[in-house]
Each structure stands twice: as C-alpha cells, then as structure tokens.
Design a binder for this molecule. Structure first.
Ligand code: ADP
Ligand code: MG
Length: 625
C-alpha cells in the first residue's frame, strides 16, 4: 500500500517550523528568560530549577566569567571582580560614572574612549560586555532547555531608557549573539502578560517596585496599540531600602552598636531581607543571630510592626504616582487597571497602599518577578511569526524632547517629550548668511530653551548647499525615532537635493534621575527661559539686520549714498551693535526699528538700481507677454 502524505487544508505540506523566540527581562537585580509553549508563556529554569538569575557577573583570571547565584555569593569576598547592578551603568559615559567612583566598589580604568571600563583580573570590561555575559547565560539556558537554536529575542528596557541606554542594550545583545526582534518597555510587557492588549480600550497603571528601583508608567490601549502616556519613578528606591530599615531596627532592639564590622552588617542585611520576605506570607517570624563575641541574640517581628517600620519608605512611591498621573493629564479614577510588577510588590502593605491610592484592587495573579519576561515572550512569539494573523504594534514614548540648535544658542524642539514612537517629524530651516554653502547641525535632548541647559547628542554637517542669499535656502530637517527608540536625523536642501544624515548613537546617556532633574529645571526656569529666549531672539534679529546692512553697504554704499547719508546709517548700525550686547530685549527691538527707518531710502534706491540693472541691454517690449 502506498502511503500518501496528506496535508490539512490551510496548512503547508512541510511540517510547520516553529521559530524559537524568547523574551528576556534584563533586570537590575534579577534577569529572566521566558518563552511561549503551547500558547502559554512560561519562564525557563536553569539546571538547578532556579528561574531568577541574579544579574551579577564575576570575572576570574584564567577562567570564563561566572554569572548568577555563584557570582552573587562572591560579591562580598571578591568585590573588585564581581559586578552587580550593571544596568545602572548602561549607556553612561565616563563623565557620568565619575561621580559614582566613591559609591561603587569597582575601579574604573582611565580611558580615552567614552565608555567607562571596569578593571578586573580578567582585564577591563565595559557595562555593555558585562550585560552581554548575562544575556549569553540566558541564551544558553534557553537553547539547552528548548533543544534548539535561538532565533531571536525581545529584550525589555525601562520605559524611560534614553537613546544611549537602548543602544547599549542592543549592543550587549549583539555581542551575546542574540538577534534582537525588538526592545520593549517593561510596563508594556507586563500589560501584555495580563492580556490587557486583548481589551478593546483602556488606561492602565503599571507599578513596579524592584530591588533598587521604583517605576510607575501609565499606558493607554487604543485600537490594539499600547501607548506609554507618561513614566516616572525613583531610581534609588526599592526593596534594598526596606532591608536597611529592618536591619537598623534589629540593631536598636538588640543593642548592637552601629556595626563597624562589615561581615556583621552583611549578615544583618541578609537576615533583614529574609524577615521581610517571610512576613509577606507569614504573620510573624523569629530568628537568632550569632554574636561575634559568642552567644546569640533572639528576636521576633510581626507583620504589623514591620508595616509601621516600612510604611514611610513605601509611602515615598506615591509622590511619583501622583506626578506621573498629572503628567498624563489623568486622575487616579481614570485608571481602569493597575498591574503589580517587581518582587517588592509581594508585600501586603504595598498592595494595600497601591489599592488605596488607585481606589481598586491591583492585578496580581501573575508572579510579579516573572510578569515582564512573560509579556516579552508573548511579544517575541508574535514577532517571530509563530502566531499567524496576529500583529501587535507597540508604542512607547520618548522621555525627553529632541531638537536642534538654532541661532542664538537656542533649541528648537522637533519631537516633544512623551511623543509616542515610532515617529517622524520634519521642520524647515534656512540659511543665515548670504552665500552660505554649509550648515552645521547640533542635535539635542532636553526640555530647556537654551543649548547649554540641554544634552548634546550629535553634531553633523550639511555641505554642498548652492550659494543663495540669506533666507532663500530651504533645508528640511527630519527626525525619525524607530520602534526601539533610536533616533536618526536627516537634513536636506530642497532646491539642490543635497542631504546628510546621522544615526544618533551617543556614547553616553541620561539617568532617569537626570531626566527628572532636567524636567524639574525646565519647570522651575520656565519664566527665565522665556526671558532668555526673548533676548536671544532679539539678538538674532539684530545680527540679521546688521549682517544684511553691512553686505548692502559694501555692495552699493559708494554708488547710492551721499557721504553724510552713509555716516548716518553707520551710526545707527553702531548703536544697534552696542545694544545687541546688552541685556535689554526691548531696547534692541527699538534700535532695529530705528535702523529700518533710517535705511528705507537706501533700500528703495537699491531696488531701483536692481531693476535698472535687470533691464539694462533689453528693450522694454521684450518684457511684454
Ligand atoms: P529588579 O527588577 O530590580 O531586578 P526584582 O523585581 O527581582 O528586582 O525584586 C527584587 C526585590 O524584591 C528584592 O528587594 C527582594 O527582597 C524583594 N522580594 C522578593 N520576594 C519578596 C517577598 N516575598 N516579600 C518582599 N519582598 C520580596
Ligand atoms: Mg524589574
């Protein structure tokens, strides 16, 4: 009998090749990898059955780096070669980490490059390479447990990550040999894990309290598309702070002197963390702690007392919640669902405060440690083409406005802060001087009006502009931010078609703290900025008038003006030049007006002369139609 291969209608005859795609949560404290099996997202465990991989890497002299639990255990013994919380250094420049030198235990190498490098026994390593070691470990875990080669990954990043931090994350993946299907913001991933993308519409809050950071994001789902309306948080607030509060309380209770002894301090912190985690599911707990001099301390704590201790720390998360809602132009009652993310949201008091603030019980049935990785896995599965017919377009926002420098040291914003991405916007500019054949463009990020108050991202030049009179060239500048949040800027002169572009890959980024500081500055200095802008605008106008008049005088001054007339105009120009350097925008404006009046006659003569010249050698009837 002949066996026929029968293919089902609608399916191709070749066996369906599933492409192995994973979601990776590259966290500050822990990292995870997840995938979709039989339509369900699940995190993958290592050989010991552990799902959470501590984001810690230890470098050794003659061996491969160790990643995860084994490295975390060596943090105290080998602090110089064991790196934790590297996420905080991603996308930062040498200048950015200089200030951290005293806080971090590592030694930074003195380098010429923009990227900081940490000295270890295995040579110096950059934050990107350290993250790559973590990613490589997760890639191996995925390939081992799924028995196939990895096709691609969706990697999550905080919603506020800027250009440099996103680029650094992508670079780390490339070094680890991972094909990045997309970078996805952590809150969006959490919303997807809860299937909120299946709802018709809605506004959601994602409350993420991890080990060392707090993030709050407001998302809007509209026609199947997530848009991050606003983000906020505190980059130095998390479970670690609770551990410290508890450790201090134990010292007070047990009459322990402020522990000079580093080893005792570490034991105390570890104990505090255990107590905290136990009291998330138990009503009370007891412990004993060995005294360094022998003997032991006994102690106990109940959940209520713990609550009193940690409430002030947890309350601190409410301020960014309020501010972020305000940024999004919403009230707590506008929020349709609240998602809990991060290990610290297991604490019952956190849940209670969050539900009081938003006036509703938060969504919490998915493990808050794993929810981000699971959402990323769902997205990866779609992007790898494993769920035919499903397409999800995810939008994020850019955290700070993007713009270019214009005359007078000011910033013209092209893409405003909180614009959803991907996005593309263009604006037309012109030349300032007659015969200008090159234009230098300076790309900036920030909310303030002055270049000196914003962050410089890139410089590039547009050359080959045909010589024209000032103001005649039309130069279109286009800013394009892709789905991963990376910026490309293009400048094009319309008449000649010459163009030039840069992909903005800054070598350093902004921390969320800096973003916040810059925002606060922008609000506080809004008044100063308007005045400063006004002054600069008047100066630019003055420069333009002076420049135009000088060029006209050089061309036609001799031929068209009497000496006395010429001297009078030059006096007016001189007056304007002097006022231009002063601080009074109104005086500059008036002087420009006076100069304009004084030169009316000259301008009229020039026009006549121009017409004469144009007509010279032609018979008048040539111009009749
Ligand atoms: P990150 O996003 O910064 O990598 P995680 O989301 O993994 O961090 O959260 C780690 C924090 O969660 C730690 O401070 C840890 O003590 C805390 N945590 C984990 N489980 C519990 C629990 N059961 N109760 C209270 N805190 C917990
Ligand atoms: Mg996290």
């Amino acid at each position: 009998m002949v066996l026929l291969q029968i293919s089902e209608p609608g399916l191709s005859s070749a066996p369906h090749q599933r492409r192995l795609a994973v979601g990776i949560d590259l966290g500050t404290t822990h990292s995870l990898v997840a995938t979709v099996r039989s339509g369900v997202a699940e995190t993958l465990a290592d050989a010991q059955g552990q799902h959470l991989l501590p984001s810690v890497v230890r470098y050794q002299a003659d061996a491969q780096p160790v990643v995860g639990h084994a490295a975390a255990e060596m943090l105290q013994q080998d602090p110089l070669n064991t790196v934790s919380s590297v996420k905080r250094l991603m996308g930062r420049g040498v200048e950015d980490v200089k200030g951290l030198g005293d806080v971090l235990p590592y030694k930074f190498e003195q380098t010429q490059s923009d990227m900081p490098r940490i000295k270890t026994v295995a040579g110096s390593v950059s934050p990107v390479e350290i993250s790559a070691d973590i990613l490589r470990n997760l890639k191996q875990r995925a390939e081992q447990s799924l028995g196939d080669e990895l096709n691609g990954a969706v990697i999550t990043v905080p919603a506020y990550f800027d250009e440099a931090q996103r680029q650094a994350t992508k670079d780390a993946a490339r070094i680890a040999g991972i094909n990045v299907l997309r970078l996805l913001s952590e809150p969006t991933a959490a919303a997807i894990a809860y299937g909120l993308d299946q709802n018709p519409e809605g506004v959601y809050a994602i409350y993420d309290l991890g080990g060392g950071t707090f993030d709050i994001s407001i998302l809007r789902l509209h026609q199947g598309v997530f848009e991050v309306l606003a983000t906020g948080g505190d980059s130095a607030l998390g479970g670690d702070d609770l551990d410290h509060v508890i450790a201090e309380w134990i010292m007070l209770q047990d009459g322990i002197e402020l522990a000079q002894d580093l080893c005792l301090q570490r034991r105390l912190l570890k104990l505090a963390r255990d107590i905290k985690e136990t009291l998330s599911h138990a009503d009370s707990t007891e412990w004993t702690l060995e005294r360094p001099q022998g003997g032991e301390w006994r102690g106990s704590l109940d959940r209520e007392t713990l609550g009193e201790l940690i409430a002030p720390v947890i309350k601190k998360t409410m301020l960014p919640c309020r501010r972020t809602l305000r940024d999004a132009g919403l009230n707590a009652s506008d929020i349709q669902g609240v998602v809990l993310v991060g290990g610290s949201t297991r604490i019952p008091l956190v849940r209670r405060m969050v539900s009081d603030f938003f006036g509703q019980s938060p969504l919490d049935d998915i493990d808050p440690d794993k929810v981000v990785a699971m959402g990323a896995a769902l997205q990866a599965d779609i992007l790898a083409g494993n769920q035919s017919g499903r397409d999800l377009l995810l939008l994020d926002v850019i955290p700070l406005s993007l713009g270019i420098e214009i005359m007078g040291g000011m910033v013209e914003k092209i893409i405003p802060r909180n614009s959803t991405i991907p996005t593309s916007r263009a604006q037309t500019f012109t030349t300032f001087k007659d015969g200008q054949i090159a234009l230098s463009l300076h790309v900036l990020q920030g909310e303030r009006e002055l270049v000196s108050d914003c962050r410089s991202l890139a410089h590039f030049e547009l050359r080959g502009i045909p010589p024209m009179v000032a103001g005649a060239a039309r130069i279109q500048v286009t800013f394009q931010v892709d789905a991963d949040g990376l910026l490309a800027v293009k400048a094009r002169e319309e008449a000649s078609g010459v163009e030039s572009k840069v992909e903005v890959k800054p070598s350093y980024g902004l921390s969320d703290q800096e973003v916040e500081t810059m925002l606060r500055d922008a609000i506080e200095h809004a008044g100063d900025d308007v005045a400063a802008r006004n002054l600069r605008e008047q100066r630019v106008d003055a420069d333009r008038s002076i420049e135009a008049l000088r060029s006209a005088l050089a061309q036609d001054g001799e031929d068209l003006l009497e000496l006395a007339e010429r001297e009078q105009i030059e006096t007016r120009v001189q007056e304007l030049v002097t006022l231009r350097d002063g601080e009074d925008p109104l005086a500059i404006k008036r002087a420009i007006g006076v100069l304009n009046d004084a030169t009316q006659e000259f301008a009229a003569r020039r026009m006549d002369a121009g017409i004469h010249q144009a007509l010279a050698g032609h018979r008048i009837d040539e111009f009749k139609d």
